[in-house]
Design a protein around this ligand. Structure first.
Ligand SMILES: CC[C@@H](C)C[C@@H](CC)C(C)C
Length: 164
């Protein structure tokens, strides 16, 4: 059973791909205003916004959905924190890579990276989320609920930028 894993999900957004990339690159602290149910806060702890090596700190709410005896259980959102280093920014590729260094994810994963990438083709803006991780032990689940979380935040950011 491999302890390392990788999840990739893609989602089309109708809002501007350059703006979407710029939010994750330069102003992740604006996301809480667009997706308040999921992201409550994002502070800059070290460095400058939009710079590789800067350290940001997220307060987020992540519901856990799990099955008990074939019944879907849904916890209300649990308050979670994540401290991340901006590991890479690729302006050409319009991608940003976040490496989690502290917080709830580090209780069950040895390493955890999130990469958000936007491909713009004409009107189409394809967002690709890549989650790469190493579990601390083998009964740690693959982070499907966190991937759903990233996709929900993506849709909230899209909605925020679409005409009312
Ligand atoms: C670690 C879970 C959240 C805080 C990740 C954020 C992107 C790196 C969120 C805005 C999807």
């Amino acid at each position: 059973m491999a302890l390392t894993g990788k999840l990739v999900s893609q989602i089309d957004i109708k809002s501007d791909g350059d703006v979407f990339h710029e939010i994750f690159r330069e102003r992740p602290h604006h996301i809480s205003g667009m997706s308040p149910d999921h992201i409550q806060n994002c502070d800059l702890h070290e460095g400058d916004w939009g710079k590789v090596g800067s350290v940001i700190y997220w307060d987020y709410t992540h519901e856990l959905i799990f099955m008990i005896r074939l019944k879907i259980e849904r916890t209300d959102g649990e308050k979670k924190v994540a401290k991340e280093i901006i590991e890479a920014i690729d302006e050409e590729q319009k991608s940003v890579t976040f490496k989690v260094i502290e917080g709830d994810l580090m209780k069950v994963y040895k390493t955890f990276k999130l990469r958000v990438h936007v491909d713009t083709n004409g009107e189409d803006n394809l967002v690709t989320w890549t989650l790469e991780y190493e579990k601390l032990h083998e009964d740690v689940p693959d982070p499907h609920t966190l991937m759903d979380f990233c996709l929900k935040v993506t849709k909230d950011i899209e909605t925020h930028h679409l005409p009312p």
